[in-house]
Design a protein around this ligand. Structure first.
Ligand code: UDP
Ligand code: MG
Length: 308
């Protein structure tokens, strides 16, 4: 059982001017009603609308509300980590600003932490809400692949999670730059439990994800978490080698028994196959080298330009 009880609520916000007030009042109301000592940390991820102005107003009206403002859009991952770093609570919960993660669940998650001593409480999607068929199919593929390569079951996980101070300290001390919060927070281990939630409809504004940005997100996260794609290439190479050996034996046999034709087909096939594999390998290797390059530069994950 935890005796220090303060909860930090981390809310990454990007162009959320339409809903941010409602989110702040909903979350505050629910936490006050449940009698949970709390602070709200809005991380404005370089919004182009008046989100930051709203956050400043909220912070001056309510001493429990804090805000961080990025100098440009760094992405939700950076916003989450900035929030975790700024959190003063004994535990922290990360929640979307658009009320798609129901704040009513926070007291339940908090009690699991406080009374049962769970160090991570994950809210998992029991229903992904309204989404196009294509989107849920793509999401399923992504989570199946990433669960396989990372050995972490991530189907239906979300960023809606409550973490103990120990977990926060571990996460913010990770030296890596390209983080994938959803996977890292499982990877660190700790005593974990899950509760189901239903994804609500977005109440205002639009989703910040385009198809292209989701594909990029999937690629970055798979490569920053595993080198499995490289191993697949190696495997392809080995299979190709066997095929080449068999084809080679056949060709030699035909040559010896004098029934060899021009042999061009085999040659062309081999050239085609091996060159395509070489190209794939080079592509993958290049991708990893670019990752190494980005990590080695050691740029900060985000830059905070203002604070309230
Ligand atoms: N978000 C962010 N930076 C971004 C994109 C999104 O901080 O570059 C925030 C956004 O304000 C919201 C959360 O991340 O609170 C989830 O974004 P969104 O609703 O667009 O994603 P979806 O629910 O469609 O997956
Ligand atoms: Mg959303």
């Amino acid at each position: 059982m935890n005796t220090n009880n303060m909860l930090s609520v981390i809310i990454p916000s990007y162009n959320e001017e339409e809903i941010i007030r409602k989110t702040a009042s909903e979350v505050s109301r629910i936490l006050n009603k449940a009698d949970i000592e709390h602070e709200l940390i809005f991380v404005d991820d370089g919004s182009k609308d008046s989100t930051w102005a709203r956050i400043k107003e909220l912070a001056s009206d309510n001493p429990h509300i804090h805000g961080l403002h990025f100098s440009r859009n760094f992405g939700k991952e950076s916003a989450i980590f900035a929030g975790l770093k700024a959190a003063n609570g004994d535990c922290a919960v990360v929640i979307d600003c658009d009320l798609q993660h129901p704040p009513m669940k926070i007291p339940e998650m908090y009690l699991l932490w406080k009374e049962e001593g769970y160090e991570i409480v994950e809210a998992v999607k029991s229903d992904r809400g309204k989404e196009s068929k294509m989107h849920s199919w793509a999401a399923n593929c992504f989570y199946r692949i990433i669960s396989k390569v990372t050995h972490i079951d991530m189907s239906n996980t979300s960023d809606f999670k409550l973490m103990d101070r120990k977990v926060i300290t571990t996460l913010i001390n990770m030296p890596e730059n390209q983080t994938f919060f959803r996977a890292l927070s499982s990877w660190v281990g700790y005593k974990t439990t899950q509760i189901p939630f239903v994804v609500a409809e977005r109440e205002a504004g639009v989703s910040k994800w385009s198809t292209l940005s989701l594909v990029k997100y999937a690629l970055t996260n798979i490569t920053s978490f595993s080198s499995a794609p490289m191993q697949v290439v190696t495997l392809l190479g080995i299979i190709m080698l066997f095929v080449a050996i068999i084809l080679g034996c056949i060709a030699i046999y035909q040559k010896i028994s004098g029934i060899a034709l021009g042999g061009f087909t085999t040659v062309i096939l081999i050239i085609l196959f091996s060159s395509s594999i070489i190209m794939i390998s080079l592509g993958v290797i290049g991708y990893y080298i670019s990752k190494i390059y980005e990590e080695i530069k050691g740029r900060p994950k985000y830059i905070i330009s203002e604070q309230v």
